[in-house]
Design a protein around this ligand. Sequence first.
Ligand code: PMP
Length: 439
Amino acid sequence: RKNTPALDAFWMPFTANRQFKAAPRMLVAAHGMHYTADDGRQVLDGTAGLWCVNAGHGRRGIAQAVERQLNSLDFAPTFQMGHPIAFEFAEALAEIAPGGPAAGLDRVFFTGSGSESVDTALKIALAYQRAIGQGTRTRLIGRERGYHGVGFGGISVGGIVSNRRAFPQIPGTDHLRHTHDPARNAFTKGQPEHGADLADDLDRLVALHGAETIAACIVEPVAGSTGVLIPPKGYLERLRAACDRHGILLIFDEVISGFGRLGAPFATDFFGVVPDLVTTAKGLTNGTIPMGAVFAKRSVHDALMQGPDGIELFHGYTYSGHPVACAAGLATLEVYREEGLLTRAADLADDWAAAIHDLRGRARVTDIRTIGLIAGIELESRPDAPGKRAYEVFVDCFERGLLIRVTGDIIALSPPLILERAQIGEIVGILGDAIDRVA
Ligand code: PMP
């Protein structure tokens, strides 16, 4: 394949573009568990698109709902007008809200993406603290190796150090140490037994900065994009307790873990730990029409609605509650419900973990971590070229019909939740062969 002017015209900065230019790979169609490449090959989707196509590709019900909505009400200015489907979708989400009815996370704010959900949740947290007379709390805490999108809020609380170096930061942010300790927790299935005390790192930050300066702490319950880092048993509980002790709001970024990835509707349900705000996107619309949603506790919402302290709150997007995205989301929830997809990963998780952990012992595999329908497989880096080994595995898998995701030298897998048991073997077979060849 040759680079044409058209191929030069589309660009993304940094690695995505460099990899694409080296060997353009095109996906031209998708159905169910498979992509079709431009040479006609079927490629098994080992990553649900980008952690988002949880119900598989090409769902008729979603396409029909989108078409119907486009033909009836294609857009409405949400800043001034309501429209029924936004309320209907918010209500449907409130019914399955993270943590169930007792958690009270049933106030829904619509955004256009995961990054927008993160910025929205951070702003809600800051505004809430001010609304309850805690206006000195302006500091935001994230965690090393967390990923929260690419808005200025998201990169500031995010744990990707190169991103933080590349751009100016929101002042006052700081970061917890991350959860996975490879020396003690290597080759874990599910949650590691050791390391819950890492949550006490919040006490260190409180001692350093003063609780009265900290508004909120945001973590991914399971860090996805940075290599599948699973919290040790008890970690999230301790973090919740530390936040309560110090009057700090806890935000779970469930952009990846939401909508069934772990085997429960949300990580909040899976771990049984209730945060104050939950960010979502991706699986919300099965990756079809871009959309995000923030779930807020009723108490947080109500304090905000009592009125700000003389500072007018302005927040919302042109596409907040976009009718077409809401239609896609409602149809997505219907598919999840009809096919039991929000809990299907729980049925597959043991077989998934067993098959993936069979890769232990292959050359250069230094760690394997699985939870729900996620896996992280870590390869030894070549000292002269970090990331190159996993990238070669990625190329080899793609050529042989499997799409995986790599980040540095970590391979991440997160197939659609409609995955058949037999396809687990197919994924592990192709991947294992690729690892052998590249070793
Ligand atoms: N938060 C998390 C946990 C994510 O994984 C991502 C995307 N991978 C984002 C936020 C950002 O979402 P988006 O790319 O839709 O802005």
